[in-house]
Design a protein around this ligand. Sequence first.
Ligand code: ADP
Ligand code: MG
Length: 729
Amino acid sequence: MSISRFNAVEKASNRKAVEAIIPDIKVSEYYGENVFNRRAMKKYLSKETYKALTIAIDNGTPIDREIANHVAAGMRMWALEKGVTHYTHWFQPLTDGTAEKHDAFVEHDGNGGMIEEFSGKLLVQQEPDASSFPNGGLRNTFEARGYSTWDPSSPAFIVDDTLCIPTVFIAYTGEALDYKPPLIRSVEALNQAAKEVCEYFDEEVKKITCFLGWEQEYFLVDEDLYSARPDLSLTGRTLLGHESAKNQQLDDHYFSAIPSRVQEFMKDLETECYKLGIPVKTRHNEVAPNQFELAPIYEECNLANDHNQLLMSVMKRVSRKHNFRVLLHEKPFMGVNGSGKHCNWSMGTDKGANLFSPGKNREDNLRFITFIVNTLMAVYKYNALLKASIASATNAHRLGANEAPPAIISSFLGTQITEVLDRFENSAIEDAIEVNDKKRLSLGFGQTPELLLDNTDRNRTSPFAFTGNRFEFRALGSSVNCGTAMLALNSAVAYQLKQFKKEVESLRAAGKSKEAAIFEVLKAYIKESKPIRFDGNGYSEEWKEEAAARGLDCENSVPLQYDAYLKPDVVRMFQDTQVLSQKELEARNEVKWEIYIKKVQIEARVLGDLSLNHIIPVVIRYQSVLLDNIAKLKATFTEEEYEELSVEQRHLIRKIAGHITAVTTMVEEMVEARKKANQIPELRQKAIAYHDTVAPYLEKIRHHIDDLELMVDNQMWPLPKYRELLFIR
Ligand code: ADP
Ligand code: MG
């Protein structure tokens, strides 16, 4: 039974802050204490095992069974000392979120007793039933085998009494069933391609690491208010609710003082994160009331993504202790900002250089331009794919709305980089080389690289912005696994870098010098990729028109946006970089369409139920009160007086009746539309039908109910209103 509105409001407003439990030692002393990191490895593994394992981790080479056995024994000892009783393979199925199946360490010892066991075999591989997870037809129930396989590059960790081993989830036939395998492959593809291009500038570079620094936005809502809203509990967002008279107009929430209840939650959350080795650093209020943000220090891409996945589950757990529910939905409330997950992305060499930072000499600066321009080219060529990579039923409510980037991918460079590229494009190759040979001036900014790090020139409306030494991909939704977008970006840039190298080499084969060849290709790229560059207001109407004229992808329908994954050039790109096969791409799209359908379907069901069983009965009751009132007026007064005194009520009754009819008819139509869509066997077509014929009702019905909220007696209204949900005291 869901709790009643006034009960919930009363409980929420009387709630005291729950004090956080903070260790009385410095963070540096307990950081990573629940992680089997290198410090723990050193302590619990033999010298030989430690060495073999770290070499395998650093080079991505396989680990043999004997080493795995030693590692498992060390891990077990470490975990048992920490009171751990169970272990699980932790993976990221395509549903979003993480999956785990816990097994106890105990086994029969053969003498009627028990013994704690954990072998290399159990560490390395398990066989969860793959058919129960979304797999796009890659697994049938009668042949359900799938393997979860240890990913040694991400360290094992302890949550509560369970040792969690990060794994990849693959089908018996080898196809990836989760986010991790293609993400790892894309990181490797980027490493290879970027390293080969880096060799033009520095032959000693042996490895390129891809970095990710996410920023996680979220809302908090009091637990009882959440329970009193079936829509929040079942869909993660409010399907109804008139805007509060005050929300974010005054901009008084952003960066303002954090309420004490929230502050205590954040402290506990951060402590948990530190124990798990998640290097969280920044916390602040966001623009909307009850909206907050958390950001860590950036890390290697695969590890950073695991940490984000882990963070989301830790958030859910810790918020309960503080009588909150955390909302990771992209648009929980209409009329206030939604939540995104910005992905700050960069590449670095094993010698510590950031490929998106200009350097002090000619080579470094040419390298900087090479990587910026190739990234732009990749984003330009694959803008539809990048958009598909962030598209979802839930993120669609945010994109195109007022606060978020529109459903068009473009890149902001800022005035300084734009000038540098303009100058580069217009300089004669000979001049540039001559200037470079004198090791002076370089590309016009060689002496003043620090200028470029100036971070003030920022455009918050751009979905893919250069921010000084990295690109910030801002279009991701708050609930999503960063892996989808990161693997698309990494693969596209890797593929682009390979093309670049090919073109440079063919010019060199035709007799051009290395530098002249690089200049020529980059100049052509700067020209070609211009349509993706946009420094203006990405939220304006004019931009939508201009973007279409520039040939950028402007598709607004999520099911159709997914088509980008199966375009021949995209399939070729993923195959060439060996990140995803055509079969995997097709299967993943099936999963995406299916998830889209289910999300809309659930929302439609919940809204139907709320409308007919929660709202309309109350509205009718209120209408009866009005009717009763006018009947009494009629009995009491003369005809003339009655006419005058009841005019407003009669008007209101008519308006209410109009809304009742509209809501009930539209709910019926929505059910019909669903029934019709459900007949369609093919998932893509079905998703399109859900988008075109079912989803529009969600908005239309809500509109009427939100109007009714302002008409009906406040005492009768059954669901907590926005003003009650949105302001934590
Ligand atoms: P803002 O909100 O101003 O964009 P934040 O401080 O909230 O900035 O977040 C910036 C994010 O960018 C952090 O996660 C940070 O670690 C990350 N970051 C900083 N430098 C890099 C880099 N070179 N590569 C990747 N991520 C980076
Ligand atoms: Mg931020």
